[in-house]
Ligand binder design. Sequence first.
Ligand SMILES: [Zn+2]
Length: 355
Amino acid sequence: MKRRSGLIVLALVVVGGAVLVCACVAVFGALYFLLPRSSPTVISTNPVATGAPVATLAPVATVPVVPQTVDAACAQRLDSDVLTSESESAGEGTGNDQTLVTYQVRGDSLSSPDFTQVASDLTGFQQDLTDQKKIWDLFTAIIPADQRSEVTSFEIFTDGKGGDLGSVLQSDDPRDWILQMDIQDSGNFTDTSTTLVHEFGHLLTLNDSQITTDIPVFNNPDSQSIFEQEAASCPDYFTFEGCTHSDSYLNRFVQRFWSPILAEWQTFQWETNQDQLDQDTYDFYNKYSDQFVSEYAATSPEEDIAESWMFFIFGPKPADTSIANEKVLFFYDFPELVSLRAQILGPLCVASQQP
Ligand SMILES: [Zn+2]
């Protein structure tokens, strides 16, 4: 569930009083998450390094008390400032994710930092505990505690500017999740907040209250035959995390929006040549670009719902009913998510005003 930088822009444009969501780089020029290539949805079971407790980084940021209703002016500013601003994370990255530090999560606090041995040019990022803490504090400030209890590790990594921006993945225990953030792509509020909200979209839609973990696939993430065998016994959408529950957000989203295109997308999901996979994904996006809020959304249903979630949080309620907009409107059908949006937007607004 990596979030990558990308090449296409989604601009929210007010035309004749109607808010249109359009992918329109050439016309509007608002550069947004550039995505030159896709990344497959793969469970990684990278071992989380543990070490003797070294220190505990207690939260220093005071979580602001925020109203449960959305401040319209601030929401509009977030929309115009964040969703349409140029990302500083554009780029390809090095193609090589380097883990720098892994923290254990205890509520809002980070503890037991485990420092990976890295090349000397990365030690500055590795020792930048202040900026690492800042990313974590933003996450805990904007996501309510009861919505992130499955996050048990926080990892700082980098693959240079651009490339992978962040990701979430299951831990050795599939009920537990690791939040990973690229410190080189977390240098400003816009990039950090959008990536955190996107990653939280995965946690919201892939946690074990939504999906029954498939242990054979979890233990054999590279096996197409095991995946297909397990998928055959799932009556609903089957993802690498397992069989989605019928009433889960992801299954409803897939049934509603992906039914006509899912089989076509599945034809190239096991492509082992990365360049070919990138090309196939790019062609797929181009063919159905009017259905997606961003190019990256076309990577998979899982990325599509996470990107649409991000636009649901940051953007205004769409006025027209293009398929891309319907995907944003999808979340408005769930009162608990409308309430959660307000809970996230409040501290997001506060954080966006801080230096
Ligand atoms: Zn993602």
